[in-house]
Design a protein around this ligand. Structure first.
Ligand SMILES: [Zn+2]
Ligand SMILES: [Zn+2]
Length: 817
């Protein structure tokens, strides 16, 4: 039996930790263990068992939690790949991959120390200590705790630990008082976190054959045990309706023993399923055939499914998954955050029955853990979910589909900063499975890979039932300004088109990709804007809630009556957000039924779906909203889409701005004319000559990609080079400057062949959530060289004692802000 195990722990350190294997149970590679780490207990994943004695003293594993691995060989490999590719601590990667935190209950207990005893003793002799700065209430609370804990002693000097909840309810003290007492060393704080019963099985074992007299119940229990080889599950005995006292009597007599064991994972058998009919057109059928061939090859293959908006990609996905299910294998469908509405879930249930597991963001930790077990046991072989569903523990994976693969919600913006699309491709490679990336507006990276024949390009060039793509009319807002003499939110043309649709009883959507009422509040006297306390960001006025809100950190402030800088009363609210646009439209069309869809009106999937249903049922005439209205829903009555503000990103210092704008314009235009009547788009812009606007208006995907790829190639941006953003942050400006200077010098003094380093420079958002931010941008045609440089940089940062949490490495960063 190996003596040691290496454990990956969820801490921000790029290493694993060695522990001694306990005597009672041997851990398994890929299973969880509970271990002591500094003053805590942490759950980690065993990555290796070995006999290499470490040079430092090792502690022993507290408890082995799993008898079978929670990560199979493939998921362990995938986790290692993510840690390596994204330079993320391996333990934090595994924590992200495993949604089982609900099975682990955090708990803390307190014990009185000798110093605490002494304090209590001295207080008893000399009354209260007058030199204390504490209030009488605080002192009284502290002595209540000491008294209570001292009274719990088993024997003099033998203190006992009391759980935090019991202690607090018995003594009515705050957590703060307890932590002050711990600092004074009157109390010891102990982590007694434990694993919930769900992961343990309780068994009853027969120790020796019974001699002497047994009553009926006792005999039944002993005979049942003997008949089942000496051991049964606790539930089996419960089913026999034997009283608990019978069991405890036998335990006392030393005849039977109660054992707790880590649970293994039961795997259920699959049931055959009847075929399900899909109504596909010729192009969809051809795409499905290609997909099924890829699955049947049982080796890795990638398909980029480029289908225009309204071409019926979803039906192809579902038919493909259905075929996988009928073959008794598994599939994963990834969808962007907002797409998983209750209606979609109901459709999925109808097609896949109870063999589908749906993982959405509204699940509680407990529900998430339940779904994980359903998948792990093989009960659910079809998995549909957002980003982290790519880690679903399915067996015999045949197919992964990434719907709307260009969507930025697939990138996790915290450690580990993985991109679920790229992880999906890697997982498919490891599993010899097929991966399908689908979109009307594929990312530059995926399209580039298809051009280079890394993926097969499959196109759905037409809308279903030969419906035409909408006509797009561009309105130059600079000209509109010149002709009308003032800044317009809604152009004369768009207003006329909206009125025309209302007259024809047709529906309208208007996109303005900025929420709130006014995005800027400015003082006319001193010229200063009202900024967030924590960020270098202007606060947005939210009229209905009557407050100023930071869209980055959530900070709120009252609506100013005077300038906070100079006291002047001349404060002006500038610009238009979706809330103000809704109000303007109400004013222009008082009889129209208008609703708004953005993060302020939508709190969950239900709100989102309710509003879309109202539109779909014809209860609304106009829907105004942010990019949320552009996501792939299918409402037939909408014949006009107005785009009021979607191109402001083109003014930002961000190399992906053109790609994002093209995608947003194409996606929102795609909402028009999905029913019997043809659609039209009125696109208002201040950048009418920009190629992203021009190509989107012509529905010319290939044209846009060619132009954008040329730009990326000149500028050495992805997909022509690998890129990483390195952000240095601290809430102290001095520290942020010093650290970025230290790393800047290191980059300068060390040769990094084939890697370009730009920076340090202040990040475009220089202060965010109280942190001052500086960054470097690294580019290289070679990913190996880029990662080697980043790894060396992290090692140097650790050597110079720059905390790992303050150096953020974002490989394949989507945002450089
Ligand atoms: Zn002012
Ligand atoms: Zn803020």
């Amino acid at each position: 039996m190996p003596e040691f195990c290496d454990v990956a722990l969820p801490v921000p350190l790029d290493m694993v930790f060695t522990y001694r294997v306990p005597v009672e149970a041997t851990p398994v590679v890929g299973g969880r263990v509970l271990v002591p780490f500094r003053q805590q207990r942490l759950t980690g994943i065993v990555v290796e068992l070995h006999d290499r004695k470490p040079s430092v003293k090792t502690k022993s594993v507290f408890s082995v939690l799993d008898a079978a691995p929670v990560f199979d060989e493939q998921l362990l490999r995938l986790g290692r790949w993510i840690a390596d590719y994204y330079l993320a601590p391996i333990g934090e990667v595994f924590r992200t991959m495993l949604p089982l935190s609900a099975e682990f209950k955090r708990a803390v207990a307190y014990r009185i120390t000798n110093e605490g005893q002494l304090t209590l003793h001295l207080a008893g002799m000399s009354g209260s200590s007058a030199r204390s700065r504490r209030t009488p209430e605080e002192q009284a609370a502290e002595f209540r705790v000491l008294d209570y804990l001292a009274a719990q002693e088993l024997a003099p000097g033998e203190s006992i630990q009391v759980r935090e909840e019991s202690l607090r309810s018995a003594t009515r003290v705050s957590k703060l008082i307890l932590s002050v007492m711990v600092r004074k060393k009157w109390l010891a704080r102990e982590d007694i976190s434990a694993v919930r019963d769900a992961t343990r099985t309780v068994k009853i074992a027969l120790l020796k054959s019974a001699d002497g007299k047994l009553n009926d119940n006792q005999r039944l229990l002993v005979e049942t045990l003997a008949a089942s080889g000496g051991r049964v599950l606790a539930e089996t005995l419960q089913a026999l309706a034997i009283p608990r006292t019978t069991l405890s009597t036998l335990v006392k007599r030393g005849l039977v023993e109660i054992i707790e064991e880590p649970a293994a994972f039961a795997v259920s058998r699959t049931k055959p399923r009847l075929p399900f009919a899909f109504d596909l057109n010729a192009a969809q059928q051809a795409a499905l055939n290609r997909l099924r061939e890829a699955v049947d090859e049982r080796k890795f293959s990638g398909i980029l499914l480029h289908g225009v908006t309204g071409s019926g990609k979803t039906a192809v996905y579902l038919a493909g998954m259905r075929a996988v299910l009928e073959a008794g294998r598994s599939a994963i469908l990834l969808v962007p955050e907002i797409g998983l509405t209750p209606a979609v879930a109901a459709d999925l249930q109808q097609i896949f029955g109870d063999e589908v597991a749906i993982l959405h963001s509204a699940l509680s930790d407990k529900e998430r853990a339940q779904q994980w077990h359903r998948i792990k046991s093989g009960e659910a072989r079809m998995v549909v979910g957002t980003r982290s569903a790519v880690f679903a523990p399915v067996a015999d994976l045949a197919l992964i589909i990434v719907d709307e693969e260009h969507d930025s919600s697939y990138k996790q913006e915290e450690t580990p900063r993985y991109h679920a699309r790229d992880v999906a491709v890697m997982r498919a490679k490891m599993a010899n499975a097929a991966v399908v990336l689908g979109s009307a507006t594929p990312s530059l990276e995926s399209y580039f890979n298809a051009r280079k024949n890394k993926y097969t390009l499959v196109e759905l060039p037409d809308r279903v039932e030969q419906r035409p793509l909408p006509e797009v009319e561009i309105i130059d807002m600079r000209q509109e300004f010149q002709e009308t003499g003032h800044e317009q939110v809604i152009s004369r043309k768009l207003a006329a088109e909206i009125k025309d649709r209302f007259d024809r009883k047709e529906q309208v959507m208007v996109l303005l990709n900025r929420r709130g009422y006014s995005p800027v509040v400015l003082c006319r006297t001193c010229g200063k804007p009202l900024e967030c306390q924590n960020c270098a960001i202007t606060l947005t006025h939210h009229k209905r809630e009557h407050k100023m809100v930071c869209h980055y950190c959530g900070y709120t402030a009252p609506v100013p009556k005077a300038c906070v800088h100079c006291g002047s009363e001349y404060v002006y609210f500038l610009g238009t957000g979706s809330e103000k646009l809704e109000e303007l439209l109400h004013g222009m069309f008082p009889k129209a039924r208008i609703a708004r869809l953005d993060r302020d009106t939508v709190r969950g999937h239900e709100d989102f779906e309710r509003t879309l249903n109202a539109l779909s049922e014809g209860e609304l005439d106009l829907l105004v909203g942010t990019q949320m209205i552009a996501k792939g829903h299918d409402i037939h009555g909408v014949t006009l889409v107005g785009v009021v503000g979607a191109d402001s990103a083109l003014g930002l210092p961000d190399f992906r701005a053109a790609e994002r704008t093209f995608q947003l314009l194409t996606q929102v235009a795609g909402r028009a004319g999905r029913g019997q009547s043809p659609g039209k788009v009125v696109l208002q812009t201040y950048f009418q000559d920009h190629y992203a606007v021009q190509y989107a208006a012509r529905h010319d995907f290939a044209g846009f990609y060619d132009k954008e790829l040329r730009f990326r190639s000149w500028m050495h941006y992805p997909p022509y080079s690998a890129l990483a953003n390195v952000l240095i942050r601290s809430d102290k400006l001095d520290e942020a400057l010093q650290w970025s200077g230290t790393l800047g010098k290191w980059f300068e003094q060390n040769r990094h062949e084939g890697v370009r380093v730009l920076g340090p420079a202040a990040a475009p958002i220089m202060r965010l959530k109280r942190d001052y931010r500086y960054h470097f941008v690294l580019k290289s045609p070679s990913r190996e060289k880029l990662n080697a440089t980043l790894r060396a940089m992290l090692a140097y940062a650790a050597q110079r004692k720059i905390p790992r949490t303050q150096v953020i490495v974002d490989v394949d960063a989507l945002w450089l802000m």
